[in-house]
Design a protein around this ligand. Sequence first.
Ligand SMILES: [Zn+2]
Length: 307
Amino acid sequence: MFKLILAVLICVTPALAQKKVCFTIDDLPVVSYSISDSVFQRTLTNDLLNKLSEHQIPAIGFVNEFKLYTNDILNPFQVSLLKQWVDANLGLGNHTFSHLDYNNASLNTYGKEILKGELQTRKLLTARNKPLRYFRHPYLHAGDTKAKSDSLEQFLKAHQYIIAPVTIDNVDYLFALAYHRAYVKKDSVLMSRIGTDYLAYMEKMLHYYETLSVALFGRNIHHTLLLHANLLNAHYIGKLAEVYKHNGYAFISLGEALQDKAYETEITRFGKWGISWIDRWALSQGKGNDFFKGEPVVPDYISEMTK
Ligand SMILES: [Zn+2]
């Protein structure tokens, strides 16, 4: 009997204990903060993709195709950066053509932006016999009323798109802007300090959303982490992967993450907010301020540097 119980435990426990996360990376091809230098952009992309490959992370990148054009003419260099993602066997999704904010646009305008934003991405994926499946809302603004949210959902469904939610939200972009400013000043000491503090912040953010997940679902769901294609992540995504590994995580694709039934949870409350889907589900279930307490904050010097 003991052996039987032991066998059952060995079979079942790892499956139960295994935490899973999908890394999703927005604003492709790169967030360059106006550094147009092609060597900089190529190196950034190489660094990001090499680390993802090293840690066997089946990430997905979300594209703003306006970045592929220079003076309305398609820029082959920018397309080649995007092609690197497809060549690395990673997924690509649509993030609207010009990173449009749905809070400030009608469905008609927004829909046109979605369709305009898929042309080159679809071409690259089709050449590899891969479908274009996922859509990520810029600023995570998905409709501030039920009517606006529903009409966008219908539009996306009609065009065979699946919404790519985020469960682990964060402000990597603030750390990245500070890091970029330190990089421009060639201040390697400050860059290293920002990198270290970024990893500590991201680990706290992970623990925060794990706590919310357990409070809401009684378990740690398959997570979707939001990141951006910037220099900070190009330098630190390997170390960030280590942080997740130390916390017991395996890396999965977006398709696998969305198989978690948690993503079917109904959203019944809407606002202008750009928040985690865990927050949306919690608000829809009537959770108040207390539920969200303890959210990690950004160090003061990062706020100062990014004012
Ligand atoms: Zn974005």
